[in-house]
Write a protein that binds this ligand. Sequence first.
Ligand SMILES: [Zn+2]
Length: 340
Amino acid sequence: MRGAVLHAPGEVRLEQRDDPRIVEPTDAIIRLSATCICGSDLWPYRGIEAIETPAPMGHEYVGIVEEVGGAVRTIKPGQFVVGSFWASDNTCEICRAGYQSSCIHRVLMGAIGTQAEYARIPLADGTLVATPDVPPPDLIPSLLAASDVLGTGWFAAVAAEVGPGKTVAVVGDGAVGLLGVLAATQLGAEHIIAMSRHQPRQQLAREFGATHIVGERGDEGVARIKDLTHGFGAHSVIEAVGTEESIMQAIRATRPGGHVGYVGVSHDVTLPGDELFFSLVHLHGGPAPVRLFLPQLIELIWNGEIDPGKVFDLTLPLDDVAEGYRAMDQRRAIKTLLAL
Ligand SMILES: [Zn+2]
């Protein structure tokens, strides 16, 4: 099969990889219908995160089940399925508590590499959720978004305790932040402040339900959030970047007693203990347990209630994966869908 492989920073190539096969009896093999490039794929692409190369790339996926192992009970060949970037059994004590991204048997899909024609999905019964039928082509981008960015934005909103009557601020205008806006809308937030300096992203934030846009960042951005909230700060803040500047902006924009939901993958962040202590802010986040939300998100998409696929502003054939990375690296694209 063909699949994307990172050879060195800035160097992604589509090349021949071994066809996946069933290794464990709990595995399934899927034929990808679409895959995409994640903001977190840019960390190794930019050489900021050191990884062993050559490395297969990609962890977002939707597709048709081709084959299942002997112990797979609920997932069947021919089904269209969506899964998360962590394979999980969905039965252990951690999964049952809603933290499938820390499943005791978890497998990182990024190590398998789903920017490819086929992929092996471990723990298929726990990991995959089948859609009611094979979807029409126009639903595929939104179902693919559920695999990571939508589920991650949703978890950030839940972790930030977004709800009716609350003011929510969103730090980060990448695909996850924008879908955090969508999640906040769905969860009934009263005011949603998107922090973004980029006009096309501001526009999409508004389409997803943002009521206010703040272009300033850092201390000025915090001051603007305070201005909009009678000096208190937001009840709920979604942090979707992962730098020290962005997480401190999120904490400082949150009122005492408020909640920060952080899902930007943390890179070289050091938090000041004294400021945290006096902030009286709740912090919750980490790699999103997307699997927890998949049934609900698939239903919302299937019923046409949400259209998270709008975050894909560039669609390329898998063959052009290298251009997909360049476009996101240079911020010419919010998120690239790779069609198969
Ligand atoms: Zn588990």
